[in-house]
Design a binder for this molecule. Sequence first.
Ligand code: NAP
Length: 283
Amino acid sequence: MKTAIIGANGQLGSAISDYFSQNHGVIKLTHEDIEISDIDNVRDVLKSSGAELVISTAAYHNVPKCEENPAVAYSVNAVGSLNLARITHELDIPLLHYSTDYVFDGSKLSPYHEDDETHPLNVYAESKLSGENLIRNYCQRYFIIRVSGLYGRTVCRAKGGNFITTMMKAAREKPEVRVVTDEILTPTPVTEIAMNSFYLAETDAYGLYHMTSQGECSWYEFAEVIFDELGLSTPLKEALTDDFPQTVNRPTYSVLENRNLKSIARDKMSPWKTSLQTYLRSF
Ligand SMILES: NC(=O)c1ccc[n+]([C@@H]2O[C@H](COP(=O)([O-])OP(=O)(O)OC[C@H]3O[C@@H](n4cnc5c(N)ncnc54)[C@H](OP(=O)(O)O)[C@@H]3O)[C@@H](O)[C@H]2O)c1
């Protein structure tokens, strides 16, 4: 299936491009090739690409910047998603789009499944949820996949790194590294998202999916594995969220359960620690 990948040079887009190109013809689209907030451009590029499936990883997702520039956040994350929904519907091809664990407020304190009520706490999350809703209303053949805590070889362009590179830098530059124990997530490698997305895209089980590694940990536990595996000798110390100034509200618990993937026997995600150790040992 000829697949157009938007954001192909991003953290997730690179892994998707690598995985899909083993089995499909792939059209790699970077921000230089397509602007998702411009519907005429989206129509021109996707129509001439001849794509039979569109995958979009594009987002404006530096969380503090979204708070400062809500108009940009909405133009990319909401209107951009609407444009993709309209044009893929017009071209009669499926759309696979990525969203976020941040659509929840974290108050549930147990893993969120797809039917749980959303309650975004910041502009980034609100704009991504708007994008989800617009896709649901404007095209029928969609996969919306909520992911969390991504890491991969190509770092996140919007954030200029990922948690692993941040820890490596901090260990190099600081006398000690302090990481919070009271924010819980599921670290997830982009390679597994790419593989699972591939298997999902082979079906016509359109809808909303959570797709993260199995289990959960605090950012401190995430850091502990990084320090152990990479042999970083800088002292790693526990901290609390309140120890750091907060510029943006974030959920302190954002663990997702892959319930819909399980229901169609497509949940091939591994435990977070095993995947992280495997990844770090390949450095
Ligand atoms: N990273 C995480 O931990 C995380 C967690 C939850 C959800 N997500 C979601 O996962 C997706 C992928 O994240 P990622 O870490 O791979 O991000 P990334 O590395 O920043 O990649 C995003 C890609 O989209 C492109 N892009 C941005 N705005 C665009 C626009 N208006 N039109 C066309 N292309 C545009 C970027 O190009 P430029 O950089 O050149 O602008 C980049 O290639 C996003 O939807 C994000 O919301 C990520």
